[in-house]
Design a protein around this ligand. Structure first.
Ligand code: ZN
Length: 420
């Protein structure tokens, strides 16, 4: 597909990596924190500022901006045939409360850099190109995450989103109105020919293996559980060891078992107990009950299903051995996602032809692309981030990695355009 186009000027276009880096640093001031991160929760004033900047910038380079009823921003650069659905690139501009400068932002601003590069070269694509900024990917102010891409893909109802409240009781719909981004376009009616999302890896694999580009083939399957262990509260001094029903001890054995569960399915399985509540949480009372969460993930649905059975068996065994009650609930499941084979192969070919070291990778985290893949052929491009750290003000990625990612994004979009 791509080979036939090597004669023309598509291979010679270069993104302006310095301009892109400066743009990332310039917009980092909207919600910028003292420690060099960003706090730009969705639909806050800082979010409005970065949106205003983005819309102004896109209009100043001749793009048409459409805002839908979820506040998603679509900025379009015309092609030769504007009856074709656009090839889209994008991600999100909102951050975690103590987020970094790159998560999501790299995807949106690299899309902008692609449009600027094409403008500089006077290159007109066949189909229109668009950069999309999705509202509330992070979900930290209004849960769940990937909210507006979810509404776009028909996973959530628009009115469900409008009624969501933050911790102060402010509604999503009202806040969207307040910042002036309640657009007229119906969410989800905007057809996309394909969608490409550039993102930092948010894990250590690319950096450890010294690879520039991750060709993302999909997103792993995930299951969340809540477990309540009930023992018997009693006095820490006067209850002999052989007469206790210690819920915390049972929990500890289960946590050990949950860790072993992932190790049994190494190297791809991961398991985490991240939230624990002990009752009564008093230093001289044997814990009567413990509530905790379990997060299990694996790229393969069958293996995850097996881990599910092993979890239940292990939990029952511990409860039986210790004569303790246990209630286990699977509160959320997300099957594995496989991105579009053609889109993956475009990214792969471009990374290879550009001479970037690369590897296939399955995303450990969710992204807007997860939901968009339900309604448009989709794939993602990953670049390394320092020590795999993300959702943190220390989040860092090198200018050359951002440049490599943006360059792959540009050439993938152009190769996709040639293939249409
Ligand atoms: Zn993100």
């Amino acid at each position: 597909m791509i080979k036939s186009n090597t004669e023309d000027n598509m291979q010679t276009l270069q993104i302006n990596s310095e301009r892109l880096w400066n743009t990332i640093m310039e917009t980092a001031k909207f919600g910028g924190t003292a420690k060099g991160g960003i706090c730009r929760l969705t639909l806050t004033d800082a979010d409005r500022q970065v949106r205003d900047w983005f819309v102004r910038e896109c209009e100043s380079i001749g793009c048409t901006v459409t805002i839908d009823e979820m506040g998603n921003i679509f900025t379009r650069r015309s092609g030769k045939d504007n009856s074709l659905p656009p090839i889209a690139m994008g991600s999100h501009l909102d951050t975690q409360p103590s987020g970094g400068k790159f998560d999501g932002i790299v995807g949106v601003l690299s899309g902008l850099e692609v449009l600027r590069t094409l403008n500089d070269a006077g290159y007109i694509t066949n189909a229109p190109l668009e950069v999309v900024s999705w509202t509330n990917e992070e979900g930290s102010r209004f849960a769940p995450c990937m909210l507006a891409s979810g509404v776009f893909a028909g996973v959530f109802e628009r009115d469900f989103a409008y009624l969501l409240e933050d911790r102060e009781g402010k509604r999503f719909g009202e806040e969207l109105e307040r910042i002036g981004y309640h657009g007229k376009a119906k969410c989800g009616e905007h057809k996309l020919a394909a969608y490409f999302e550039l993102h930092i890896e948010q894990g250590p694999v690319l950096e450890t293996e010294n690879k520039m580009i991750g060709v993302v083939t999909g997103v792993q399957a995930q299951k969340w559980y809540e477990i309540l262990v009930t023992g018997r509260e009693s006095h820490a001094g006067s209850t002999p060891m052989n007469m206790r029903k210690d819920a915390m001890l049972a929990c500890a054995q289960m946590v050990e078992g949950i860790n072993a569960l992932a190790l049994n399915h190494a190297p791809l399985a991961v398991s985490t107990v991240g939230l624990v509540e002990v009752k009564p949480n008093s230093r001289n009372v044997i814990p009567g009950s413990v509530f905790f969460s379990v997060d299990l993930r694996h790229p393969n649905d069958t293996v995850l299903q097996q881990m599910d059975s092993e979890l239940k068996e292990m939990v029952d065994r511990v409860a039986k051995d210790m004569d303790i009650k246990v209630k286990l609930e699977n509160i959320w499941s997300s099957p594995s996602i496989k991105y579009d084979r053609e889109c993956i192969s475009l990214v792969h070919t471009v990374a290879k032809d550009s001479g970037y070291s690369h590897r296939d990778i399955v995303s450990g985290a969710g992204h807007d692309a997860v939901y968009i893949s339900r309604v448009a052929p989709t794939s993602m491009i990953f670049i390394p981030c320092k020590n795999g750290i993300s959702h943190n003000e220390m989040e860092e990625t090198k200018p050359e990695h951002v440049a490599a990612g943006a360059s792959v994004l540009l050439n993938t979009a152009m190769a996709c355009d040639k293939a249409i």
